[in-house]
Design a protein around this ligand. Sequence first.
Ligand SMILES: Nc1nc2c(c(=O)[nH]1)N[C@H]1C(S)=C(S)[C@@H](COP(=O)(O)O)O[C@H]1N2
Ligand SMILES: [Mo]
Length: 262
Amino acid sequence: MSAKTGVTRRTLLRGGTAASALLLSGCDRPLDTLSETDWFRRLLGFVNGPNREVQRALATGSGLAPEYTAAQISPSFKVNGNDMPDDDAYQALAANQFRDWKLEVSGLVERPAQLSLADLRAFPSRTQITRHDCVEGWTCIGKWKGARLSAVLNQVGLKPQARFLVFRCADAFPGPDGAQPYYESIDLDDAFHEQTILAYDMNDQPLPTGHGAPLRLRAERHLGYKQAKFVMKIEAVESFAKIGDGNGSYWADQGYAWYAGI
Ligand SMILES: Nc1nc2c(c(=O)[nH]1)N[C@H]1C(S)=C(S)[C@@H](COP(=O)(O)O)O[C@H]1N2
Ligand SMILES: [Mo]
């Protein structure tokens, strides 16, 4: 995946390293692992683009993404995209093991909150072993534990006008007008979905930096780029028209589908 703009030598080098790491990563290529139904859904998804109604109509049963056993966890999980935000404030927080880090939850909420990692660990949690599918064509299986986003939202109380949640991340990619911050957004169906969590643990360890420390989104019915790493702030909004280039996420602003359902 490369941005239409702003490909620097650094990102190219990073891509090269990532590509060679893939050979040794223990991750599977999607052709080996996806069932025919998955491919059928995917094909329809590509034909219809960001048509979430079609994809949701095709989702069968519980609407849960498949979950796996501990034995199926990939021996190593690829790090993709940014592996460390350049931001000074983020780096200072990381140097102190995120003891002073707080997640801001604001926007169209009744009770805005600043939540420490201890606060987040006190929320009802969910643990899930799921397959991460990157649009670039690799998959890895990992175990994630995190606060149920629904529980956090129940605490802050969404205002009636709230329709989307925007996740603001600490990292950015270079763009023509300077750094473009990474951000993502989901609708309220996904926000309250059983498998949507704010993950602080990966494979029974605190989330490593490369995988988005101290907190990342896991929205398991979506492609990899939806799984925002280094989340600093969650903002409830009525529309994302005035955020970034108005398409709801960094990658949607680069032309990828906002609704990255799988
Ligand atoms: N903040 C942030 N989140 C991000 C990215 C990123 O570069 N920055 N890359 C995305 C992409 S394309 C993928 S495939 C996954 C990679 O997650 P991993 O590094 O844990 O494999 O994170 C997604 N979330
Ligand atoms: Mo990705």
